[in-house]
Design a protein. Structure first.
Length: 639
C-alpha cells in the first residue's frame, strides 16, 4: 500500500474569512483525493509586538520538506517580507512542486490568480461615474503584498483616467487588518481638508471598521461618505448597509490550487497560471440597492450558530484561564489543559514541547549565566506530554522534530493544523489539531492557544525561580572553594544535630582544625597554590565524616567537624584517620610543601543548659595548645 500524498499549506491568520475560504476549497479537493493536508499557520502581525511575531513565524521552521510531496503557499497572507522571503527560498530549495495564490513574483511556482485589477477598477469607476465622487480616499494593504499592490495600482490608474488627482494625504497604507480602518479614519480626519466623497478599501475587514469609526464621528454611510470593500465576506454581505465590494471565488481558488498541485505531482501537464475572474457587487454602502432577496432564515441560523459557538468557546477559555493561573507544576497544568481541551471537537489534539523547554531548571541555574532558550527552530528531540486521539489520552516521551508528528496513522484524507506554542520570541513547542474546524472557525482559537502557552511559560519561570532559590541557598550555606558547608551552613545543620543529641541523650563530637603554614604557601607559591592546599585539606576532612557527621570551613584556614552518636573512642579514631590521610595525600600530590593541620577534638554530653558555642570553644582551645607545640608555632595562629 502506497502512502498518501502529503501537502503543506503555509499561511498566516487562518481565523480570517479570506484564509478560511481558500483553505476550505483546498480541503474539499484533498478529501476527494484522499490527500493529507498539513497547514502550518501563524498569527503574525495580529499583535504589535516584534518578539511575538518572531515566536509565531517560527512555526514555519518546523516544516520538513523531505516529508512532503507538494506545497500550497498563501504567502500573500504573511505581512512580514523577511519571513515571506525565507519561506519562498526554502520551498524553491526543496525542488517540490508548489502552487501560490496571486503571486507573479515567482514564475517557478504555479499561480492561481484572481483578477484584482479589473474588479477594483470597476469599483472606482462606479463610484466616480454613477455617484459623482471626486474627493476619494484609499485604504491600502501592505505594498509587499502583490494583491495589495495590484489593487492600489488599479485605483491610481482609474483615478488618472478620470482626471482625478490622488492626494497622498488621502491614502493610508495598512496591513489588511480591521484596526487599519480605524487608524485610517483617524489619520484622514487629522488633516485640515474637506471630507472625502468616498473611501475605497482594499478589503472588507478594513472597510467595515472604517464604517464603524466614521459613525463615531457622526458620519453616515452612504449619505455622507461612500465606503467600499473587497472580498464579499460574510460580514460584508450581512452588514447594514450591505457593503459594496468585490466577489471573489475564494473556495474555487483553493480547490483549483490543490487540483493543480495534484496534477503536477502525478506528472500531468498543467499551465503555469490559472486566472479566475472577480466581479464587483454594488450594494448599500455606495447608495445602490439590489433586488436580490436575502435568505433571512439562513442568515439567522448562521448568526445564531456563530454566537452559540462563540459563547461555548469563551466559557472554555475563561474556565481554562482561571484554572491554569493556579498551577505550580507541569503535571497539574497538563491535566487541566486536557480537561478543557477535551470539550472541543477534534479527532486528535497534541501539545508538543521542545526537549529544552525547562532546560534552565534541569541544568541548574548559575550566577551570571544566561538561560538558554530556543528562539529559532525546534530541538532535535521533542516530547508530547498531551495527545488526545479519538477520545483516548496518550503521551509520547520522545520523537524527532524532523518527523513533525509524534506518530503517524498512515491514513489519507486528514487535515492537520500546526500552530505555534511560544512566549514572545521563545519557542516552547507547537500544537497539532487534526480533523477539526476549530482553528479556522472559532473566534477564540488563538486566545486559547495563547493562554496555554502562557501557562507553560509560567511553569517554566516558576521552575527556574525555584532553581535559582536552591542555587542561592547553596551559595548561602556552601563554601564555593572547598565545596563543603561554610559557617552559615554549619550553624544551620549543627543546630539540628545539637538538638537531636540533647533530646536523645547522645554524645556530641566536635573537632576544630586549623591549617598549618597557609601563609608560607601563599607567600612562596602564590594564592592559587594556597587555594589548592585548602581544597585538599577540605577533601580530607570531608572524607573523615560518616553519615553521623558534618564538616565546614569555619573561616579562612579553620575547619570544624561535628557528629552525633559519638563515644570517647571516636576521638583517637578520628584524629588518627585524619593524620593518616594527610600523610597519604602528601605522598600523592608531591608538592614542595607539606599539607599540615592542627586538630583538637572533644566528645561531650549535651546537657540542657549547655551551649554549642561553648563546646566549639573547648575544641578550639585543645587545637591551639597542640598547634603551639608544633614547629610552626613561631607563626601566629591567624597567619
Amino acid at each position: 500500500m502506497t502512502r498518501p500524498i502529503e501537502i503543506a499549506v503555509i499561511v498566516a491568520g487562518i481565523d480570517e474569512e479570506y484564509q478560511n475560504s481558500i483553505i476550505e476549497g483546498i480541503i474539499s479537493c484533498a478529501k476527494e483525493n484522499n490527500v493529507n493536508i498539513s497547514c502550518f499557520a501563524a498569527f503574525g502581525g495580529v499583535i504589535s509586538n516584534r518578539k511575538f511575531d518572531l515566536g509565531e513565524y517560527n512555526i514555519y521552521n518546523l516544516i520538513n520538506y523531505n516529508k512532503l510531496d507538494g506545497v500550497i503557499l498563501l504567502t500573500n497572507t504573511i505581512s512580514d517580507p523577511v519571513e515571506k522571503e525565507k519561506i519562498i527560498h526554502r520551498v524553491k530549495a526543496s525542488k517540490l512542486p508548489a502552487v501560490v495564490l496571486d503571486d507573479d513574483d515567482d514564475p517557478e511556482f504555479y499561480n492561481i490568480k484572481i483578477d484584482n485589477i479589473s474588479a477594483m477598477r470597476g469599483i472606482v469607476s462606479h463610484i466616480i461615474e454613477k455617484h459623482g465622487a471626486e474627493k476619494i480616499n484609499y485604504i491600502s494593504g501592505p505594498m509587499t503584498n502583490p494583491e495589495a499592490e495590484d489593487r492600489y495600482n488599479a485605483f491610481i490608474n482609474e483615478m488618472t483616467e478620470h482626471d482625478l488627482t490622488v492626494d497622498i494625504r488621502r491614502v493610508f497604507f495598512g496591513e489588511f487588518r480591521s484596526v487599519d480602518g480605524r487608524r485610517a479614519v483617524e489619520s484622514f480626519l487629522s488633516f485640515d481638508m474637506p471630507k472625502p466623497d468616498a473611501i475605497i478599501c482594499a478589503n472588507d475587514a478594513m472597510a467595515l471598521a472604517t464604517i464603524d469609526e466614521l459613525s463615531k464621528y457622526g458620519y453616515k454611510v452612504p449619505d455622507d461618505i461612500i465606503v467600499t470593500g473587497f472580498d464579499n465576506t460574510f460580514n460584508a454581505r450581512h452588514h447594514y448597509p450591505a457593503l459594496t465590494t468585490v466577489d471573489r471565488p475564494l473556495d474555487a481558488a483553493g480547490y483549483k490550487a490543490c487540483e493543480v498541485l495534484l496534477k503536477v505531482i502525478n506528472g500531468d501537464s498543467v499551465d503555469k497560471t490559472c486566472s479566475l475572474s472577480a466581479e464587483p457587487v454594488f450594494s448599500g454602502s455606495c447608495g445602490c440597492r439590489t433586488d436580490a432577496d436575502e435568505d433571512i432564515i439562513s442568515y439567522k441560523k448562521e448568526v445564531f450558530r456563530l454566537i452559540s459557538d462563540c459563547r461555548t468557546d469563551i466559557s472554555i477559555l475563561n474556565r481554562l484561564t482561571t484554572d491554569l493561573a493556579e498551577n505550580e507544576d507541569m503535571d497539574t497544568n497538563i491535566n487541566d489543559i486536557a480537561k478543557y481541551i477535551s470539550e472541543l471537537k477534534f479527532e486528535r489534539f497534541c501539545v508538543c514541547l521542545c526537549s529544552n523547554w525547562d532546560e534552565a531548571f534541569r541544568d541548574g541555574w548559575k550566577m551570571n549565566s544566561s538561560i538558554r532558550e530556543q528562539v529559532e527552530g525546534y530541538t532535535e528531540e521533542m516530547i508530547a506530554p498531551l495527545i488526545f486521539d479519538n477520545g483516548k489520552r496518550l503521551s509520547v516521551d520522545k520523537y524527532k522534530s524532523s518527523e513533525m508528528y509524534p506518530y503517524r496513522d498512515g491514513n489519507g484524507g486528514n487535515v492537520r493544523y500546526f500552530l505555534p506554542l511560544h512566549f514572545r520570541e521563545v519557542c516552547l513547542g507547537y500544537y497539532i489539531i487534526t480533523n477539526s474546524t476549530f482553528p479556522i472557525k472559532s473566534m477564540v482559537c488563538h486566545s486559547i492557544m495563547l493562554n496555554i502557552s502562557q501557562s507553560i511559560e509560567n511553569i517554566r519561570k516558576l521552575l527556574n525561580l525555584n532553581s535559582m532559590i536552591r542555587e542561592l541557598d547553596k551559595l548561602y550555606v556552601n563554601d564555593p572553594l572547598c565545596n563543603i558547608f561554610n559557617r552559615n551552613g554549619f550553624i544551620r545543620a549543627a543546630d539540628n544535630i545539637f538538638s537531636r543529641c540533647k533530646i536523645h541523650s547522645e554524645k556530641l563530637l566536635i573537632s576544630f582544625i586549623d591549617m598549618d603554614g597557609l601563609k608560607i604557601i601563599n607567600d612562596n607559591y602564590g594564592h592559587k597554590e594556597g587555594d589548592f592546599a585548602l581544597q585538599k585539606l577540605a577533601s580530607i576532612i570531608s572524607s573523615c565524616c560518616n553519615e553521623d557527621r558534618i564538616c565546614a570551613r569555619f573561616g579562612g584556614d579553620e575547619f570544624i567537624i561535628l557528629g552525633s552518636n559519638a563515644s570517647q573512642d571516636d576521638i583517637a579514631k578520628l584524629e588518627n584517620e585524619f593524620k593518616e590521610k594527610i600523610d597519604s595525600v602528601n605522598k600523592v600530590i608531591n608538592k614542595p610543601y607539606e599539607l599540615s593541620a592542627s586538630i583538637g577534638t572533644i566528645v561531650s554530653e549535651v546537657t540542657p543548659n549547655l551551649l554549642l558555642f561553648t563546646l566549639i570553644t573547648q575544641a578550639d582551645e585543645i587545637m591551639y595548645e597542640r598547634k603551639k607545640k608544633k614547629a610552626t608555632s613561631r607563626y601566629l595562629r591567624h597567619e
